[in-house]
Design a protein around this ligand. Structure first.
Ligand SMILES: Nc1ncnc2c1ncn2[C@@H]1O[C@H](COP(=O)(O)OP(=O)(O)O)[C@@H](O)[C@H]1O
Ligand SMILES: [Mg+2]
Length: 206
């Protein structure tokens, strides 16, 4: 089993599941948390991630297949998407894919799902399809305030990790998003994003 990534929350291994390439995501013990609470949080996120990865497929969001879940070790065995995280793609490609990402996020929101951790590392391009991963912090919510938090986060990520292409990729993202949620909801959400920004905890990024 090859260690792929040591994350803040989980370790990811590349492995095999019945001859298919697989990813094993193990949520780690956090010693600074009370151990009962820690186990509860790890279990909750493991369950949420599997449920959501499967649920969002029903309205067409490409996600890995879940092969096996072990709640004792808070780990998930899932299909490996043998592509490239959008974060690591050339800038021109990120700009182009931002529209697809906007559509995916619009589709999640339209179906009452907030992703909760929208970074460009959580989208993987494989062939011509963008897959969405990392649903441990997702929520079932139709509240526009929650959806606005998703948008605010991805905007911040574009601004910090992809500063040079921020404006064009954000514009493309919004285009894609609007094409799915419609003009009225789009106006409402972008107003909320500005509200969050003007509250001062965040500085506006454009
Ligand atoms: N199913 C998968 N297929 C291919 N790569 C994956 C898969 N799941 C995770 N990864 C890789 O591991 C990284 C971290 O996984 P992720 O689920 O996002 O955990 P974290 O909570 O640490 O961000 C991803 O950014 C991606 O590069
Ligand atoms: Mg991630």
């Amino acid at each position: 089993m090859k260690l792929l990534k040591k994350g803040a929350e989980a370790d990811l291994y590349q492995t095999k599941w019945q001859n298919s390439k697989a990813i094993l995501k193990i949520r780690k013990i956090k010693n600074y948390r009370n151990s009962l609470l820690d186990l509860k949080i790890r279990k909750q996120r493991t369950i949420k991630e599997c449920q959501m990865i499967s649920f969002v497929k029903s309205f067409g969001i490409p996600t890995p297949l879940i092969y096996f879940v072990n709640l004792k070790t808070t780990s998930i065995m899932m299909q490996e998407i043998p592509g490239t995280p959008v974060h690591d793609l050339p800038e021109s490609k990120i700009v182009e894919l931002s529209k697809d990402i906007g559509k995916l996020v619009g589709t999640l929101h339209k179906n009452g799902v907030m992703h909760g951790d929208l970074t460009t590392s959580n989208f993987i391009l494989f062939k011509k399809t963008v897959f969405v991963i990392d649903f441990g912090l997702s929520q079932n919510t139709i509240k526009s305030e929650d959806h606005a938090v998703d948008l605010r986060l991805i905007k911040e990520i574009l601004n910090s990790a992809h500063a040079k292409i921020m404006l064009s990729s954000w514009e493309n993202f919004l285009h894609g998003y609007k094409s799915i949620v419609g003009s009225a909801y789009y106006a409402k959400i972008t107003k909320l994003v500005s509200d969050i920004e003007s509250r001062g905890r965040y500085a506006e990024v454009v």
